[in-house]
Design a protein around this ligand. Structure first.
Ligand SMILES: C[S@@+](CC[C@H](N)C(=O)[O-])C[C@H]1O[C@@H](n2cnc3c(N)ncnc32)[C@H](O)[C@@H]1O
Length: 233
C-alpha cells in the first residue's frame, strides 16, 4: 500500500533532497522514509529510534511495504553509530528542541560531513534557535498546520559561522522574518500565536505585581513585524 503524507510530515518530506540517502532519527512508524522511497524521491534510508517498541513498529511497516533492502533500521540514541551510512540528509522530527540540540551536539560527524538537517521541534524552539546560531546556516524554514496546530520546520547545514540572534528572531526565526512576504498568511499566524502567549505572560506578571517591561518590548517588536505584511484577502 502506498503511504500518503499530509500536513507536518508532508512539509518535512518536501525539504528532503531528491536522490538523498536519509537518516530519520526517532522514526517511530517510519512513514517518512517509506513515503520517500515509494515515491522514488530518495535512494535509501536508515530509520532509527531509541526505543524498541517504536522501532518494531517501523520494522513492521517497512516489511509490509517490501522495503527492507532500501530502509535499514537501527536501535540507537540520536545519531550514535550512524556515521557509517552515506547520509546526505537527516530528519529529526517530533522531538523537543533541546533534545534535538543535544542529539546534534553528541554527533560531531555532522559538523564534518555537513549533511542537510531537517528539524521539526515540538517545543523549546527558541532554545533550538540559540543552539543553531552557533554555526548552522538556515537554508530554509517552513510551517505546516495540522489539527489546528502550527508546526515549524527548519532546514540547516553546518558551516561553523556564528550568527547571533535577537529576542524576536529567537521566537520567529530570522529566515521567516526575512522571507515573510513569501508566505504572509503563515507568518501572520506565527506572529499571532506568539502575541497571544506574550499577552498571557504579561497579564500574569502584572497580576502578580511584577515588572513586564521585557515581554512588553518583545510584544511590540513581534507586532511590528506584521505592519508591512500585505493585507489579508
Ligand atoms: C513523537 S515521535 C515522532 C515520530 C516521527 N519522527 C514523526 O515526526 O512523526 C518521537 C520518536 O522519537 C523517539 N526518540 C526520542 N528520543 C530519541 C533519541 N534520543 N534518539 C532516537 N529516537 C528518539 C521516540 O522513541 C519516538 O518514537
Amino acid at each position: 500500500m502506498k503511504t500518503v503524507l499530509r500536513g507536518r510530515l508532508a512539509a518535512v518530506a518536501s525539504l528532503v533532497r531528491d536522490g538523498a540517502y536519509l537518516a530519520d532519527i526517532g522514526t517511530d512508524h517510519a512513514y517518512l522514509p517509506i513515503y520517500l522511497v515509494q515515491t522514488g524521491r530518495i535512494k535509501g534510508a536508515v530509520a532509527s529510534d531509541i526505543r524498541s517498541g517504536p522501532l518494531a513498529r517501523a520494522q513492521k511497516n517497512i516489511l509490509a511495504a517490501g522495503l527492507a533492502e532500501q530502509i535499514h533500521t537501527v536501535l540507537t540514541d540520536g545519531l550514535s553509530g550512524l556515521d557509517r551510512y552515506p547520509l546526505t540528509d537527516i530528519v529529526i522530527a517530533g522531538m523537543g528542541g533541546m533534545e534535538i540540540a543535544a542529539i546534534l551536539e553528541a554527533a560531531p560527524f555532522v559538523k564534518r560531513a555537513c549533511p542537510r538537517l531537517i528539524l521539526q521541534p515540538m517545543q523549546h524552539i527558541p532554545e533550538l534557535r540559540d543552539y543553531l546560531s552557533g554555526g548552522w546556516n538556515t537554508e530554509k524554514e517552513t510551517q505546516a498546520i495540522e489539527g489546528g496546530k502550527l508546526y515549524q520546520i527548519l532546514c540547516v547545514t553546518y558551516d561553523g559561522i556564528s550568527r547571533p540572534i535577537t529576542e524576536t528572531e529567537r521566537l520567529l526565526g530570522r529566515y521567516n522574518i526575512e522571507h515573510k512576504k513569501e508566505s504572509p498568511a503563515l507568518f501572520r499566524i506565527l506572529c499571532e500565536r506568539h502575541l497571544a502567549v506574550l499577552d498571557e505572560k504579561i497579564a500574569g506578571l502584572e497580576k502578580g505585581g511584577l515588572g513586564a517591561a521585557k515581554p512588553k518590548e518583545l510584544r511590540r517588536d513581534v507586532a511590528a513585524q506584521l505592519e508591512d505584511l500585505p493585507p489579508q484577502t
